[in-house]
Design a protein around this ligand. Structure first.
Ligand SMILES: Cc1cc2nc3c(=O)[nH]c(=O)nc-3n(C[C@H](O)[C@H](O)[C@H](O)COP(=O)(O)OP(=O)(O)OC[C@H]3O[C@@H](n4cnc5c(N)ncnc54)[C@H](O)[C@@H]3O)c2cc1C
Length: 320
């Protein structure tokens, strides 16, 4: 199984003693305006509702805060991870070492233009779709029902068979690995199916410029409605999940492969493969990350054994 997306924190990183964490958090807190907490349960910040504590959890109030938090983590030699709504993440039971920097619900300003928008990285896609419909701007309809932020969507090139966010990007303001604000053009993201260069470049999106097409509000609203209905009829949207766990292999849907292999309903503890959609793994209530990982491994092995298909992860597994 591909491990390309499993590289956030070195597996050998050991836990920092509590008093050192508190001291580091207090120091960071004195330097920024946003909230800083220690040992924050990540299950509160992921749609799987799974995940142990983040050593230091930061919600920057603005760009200066964000830059300061990134500077701080580098100066102290602490790893950091930037997250949006945590809707594509499986965080380990022992949590995340170092800093977790959550951009939403801040960074949520949206400036509407005649043919697009400038959007803060923390803005939810759901709000974008709603306001774009009201503004008579088409292009975002394919993202309806994706519970992420625009920052997360740019990082993962979120989308469906009707289009991906990367198709709409003109450019973005990013903080690069040297903590310098840069203007990126669309090409720098090197977009392909559910991939962007952001994590490889260790760059953080602050805001993005999107190109949208003026269109009739009624037509956009009808398309949104149709796609929302289609999603609700196929996916277990009320369950705790991270959406599709595996990427679609070329020419076939991962969900179909798993369905035909008989994966629906398979269970490890409280982790279960949805009976509605075989590529959605759900937390029935108290699933642990270990249970979810075991279920993912079993689904992967099943597809390999039955059809010789080596499914690649779409979600990110954040190891403790
Ligand atoms: C019910 C459900 C349905 C879904 N349907 C779809 C779908 O149809 N299509 C699809 O593609 N996905 C889908 N997803 C997965 C997920 O919603 C998307 O991948 C979404 O774009 C992730 O956004 P997020 O804000 O939650 O990012 P997170 O999960 O918080 O983070 C994902 C990645 O983005 C990075 N990141 C986040 N913000 C930034 C930033 N500002 N700068 C740099 N990197 C950043 C993180 O470091 C991480 O690597 C679904 C999930 C659920 C729960």
């Amino acid at each position: 199984m591909s491990t390309a997306r499993q590289t956030w924190v070195p597996a050998t990183m050991t836990a920092t003693p509590r008093n050192q964490l508190n001291a580091a958090a207090a120091e960071l807190s004195s330097r920024i305006r946003g909230a800083v907490r220690t040992c924050e349960p990540m299950r509160r910040h992921t749609t799987f509702r799974i995940g142990g504590p983040a050593d230091i959890f930061v919600q920057p109030a603005d760009r200066d805060d964000l830059a300061e938090a990134l500077r701080f983590s580098r100066a102290k030699g602490l790893p950091h991870a930037v997250i949006g709504n945590g809707s594509n993440l499986l965080v380990g039971d022992k949590g995340i070492r170092g800093l977790v920097i959550r951009l939403t619900p801040r960074f949520n300003e949206i400036q509407w233009l005649e043919d697009g928008a400038v959007v803060g990285a923390g803005a939810p896609l759901a709000r974008l779709v709603k306001e774009a419909t009201e503004a008579g701007l088409s292009g975002l309809e394919s993202t309806v029902g994706i519970p992420g932020t625009i920052g997360g969507a740019l990082a993962t090139n979120a989308g469906t068979d009707t289009g991906s966010v990367g198709d709409l990007v003109i450019g973005a303001t990013v903080l690069d690995r040297d903590n310098t604000l840069q203007e990126w053009g669309a090409r720098q993201f090197a977009y392909r199916y559910r991939y962007s260069s952001l994590s490889q470049e260790k760059a953080v999106v602050v805001s993005a410029r999107l190109r949208l097409e003026p269109a009739s509000r009624e037509e956009i609203a009808a398309k949104v409605q149709r796609l929302r209905y289609k999603r609700a009829s196929r996916q277990p949207l009320r369950a705790w999940s991270a959406g599709s766990v595996f990427k679609n292999p070329r020419g076939v849907a991962a969900g179909k492969v798993l369905d035909r292999a008989g994966a629906k309903g398979m269970r490890v503890g409280d982790a279960q493969i949805s009976r509605k959609h075989a590529n959605f793994l759900i937390n029935r209530g108290r699933a642990t990350a270990a249970e979810m990982r075991e279920l993912i491994a079993r689904a992967h092995a099943l597809a390999l054994r039955r059809y010789g298909i080596d499914l690649e992860l779409e979600i990110e597994i954040v190891r403790e």
